[in-house]
Design a protein around this ligand. Structure first.
Ligand SMILES: [Zn+2]
Length: 382
């Protein structure tokens, strides 16, 4: 059956390339995914999959095997970031040249979606003899920096569940067992305004913030075996109105990428400790902090069935399967932390091309991903 599925994929390479290219031609920037969802609804219905678009706009397709069993979720996302500037061509060309498909969303993540759909089709063509159900889950607004708007989060809060999941993201065909969480903290320092010629009459809020930033440097981010070290990035700063006035407020937005075990609460406690220290040193120091974005890291145990299934799938096509973690934040967070679904992240495409002009995905990698996804179904739902 494995052989039959792989042969089907070899015979239908062009169908996969066309599917990915056609999806790239449908712009689907976050908040504007309805057209792509409708396209997939029609495409997958014609293939015989039971399809649904839920009240949030998330697309689902369900494919049953011949026996009852577990539900394997193939998750990715419908949306992309904006095209942005710097393109050498139409960002939605879906142009195919040599081993590449060009366009916004090709690598992140329409190649993964195409490969997953073709993988299911191949397994069904080979007889569909597996135990349980595959669910394709393509949510809206994954790229939005607001947890409560993310489609995967919403569906899980509605009660959607499964037994194991593959989060299709651009991992270069490496098996990713962990992703970092992302936090954003807004820090405000409060001083006293005064004429710049008599600064001793005021308290300079920008200078206070400089001390906070110095102290942030002293926090050592956690380390994880797969993701490596977390990181802290003071990213946006604003304060003062003109150079001749002592600024009375300064605002800093600081992101932190967390490794498994680290939380938003931990970072806030560390910031409060910085404030307490600075208050001791400078009695006039006044500041407050607010956690404005709070998403968690994810991790899956190496012994989980879904991990073993992807590793075996790789072995079958004669490829070794490096295990790693990604510094990005992915929907694997919600699948593991809200629903406790063991989730790996795996797909074609390269992270450094995502969100960039002239984004493309390698066709050969996409074809290989389809094979690994197909074999994963047969391994995980034996
Ligand atoms: Zn993505």
């Amino acid at each position: 059956m494995k052989q039959k599925a792989l042969e089907f994929l070899d015979e239908n390479k062009e169908k996969l390339v066309r599917l990915v290219s056609d999806m790239v031609k449908i712009p689907s920037v976050s908040g504007d995914e309805a057209k792509l969802a409708a396209f997939l609804n029609e495409y997958c219905s014609e293939l015989g999959f039971r399809c649904e678009i839920d009240r949030h706009g998330n697309f689902f397709a369900y494919i049953r095997g011949t026996k009852p069993g577990k539900r394997l979720i193939f998750n990715s996302h419908l949306d992309t970031v904006e095209a942005g500037d710097g393109w050498d061509e139409d960002p939605y060309s879906g142009r195919i040249e040599d081993d590449r498909i060009f366009g916004r969303g090709s690598t992140d993540c329409k190649a993964a979606i195409g490969a997953q759909i073709m993988a299911v089709l191949a397994v069904m063509h080979a007889g569909g003899d597996f135990a349980g159900e595959v669910c394709l889950m393509y949510p809206v607004e994954e790229e939005v920096q607001n947890v409560s708007r993310k489609g995967t989060y919403k569906s899980l809060m509605d009660g959607f569940r499964g037994d194991m999941a593959v989060n299709g993201e651009d991992t270069d065909l490496r098996l990713c067992l962990a992703c970092e969480g992302m936090l954003e903290v807004k820090i405000t320092t409060h001083g006293i305004g005064a004429h710049g010629a008599t600064p001793y009459k005021g308290k300079n809020a920008i200078k206070m913030m400089c001390r906070v930033i110095d102290e942030l440097e002293n926090i050592t981010p956690g380390v994880n075996k797969y993701t490596g070290s977390g990181s802290i990035n003071p990213g946006v700063i604003a304060g003062g109105s003109r150079s001749s006035v002592v600024p009375d407020t300064c605002v800093l937005k600081c992101s932190r990428f967390t490794v498994p075990g680290e939380t938003g609460r931990l970072f806030m406690d560390q910031i409060e400790a910085i404030f307490a220290k600075l208050k001791k040193e400078y009695p006039d120091f006044r500041a407050e902090a607010e956690l404005t974005y709070d998403s968690n890291p994810s991790i899956v145990d190496e012994n989980e069935a879904i991990v073993k299934a992807v590793v075996r799938a790789h072995e079958h096509i004669g490829k070794d399967c490096p295990l790693y973690g990604t510094p990005q934040h992915d929907d694997a967070d919600f699948l593991t932390n809200i629903a406790h679904i063991p989730t790996v992240i795996y797909g074609p495409g390269t992270g450094f091309l995502a969100h960039m002009p002239n984004e493309y995905v390698l066709i050969s990698e996409t074809e290989e991903a389809a094979k690994v996804y197909a074999l994963t179904i047969l391994e995980a739902l034996k």
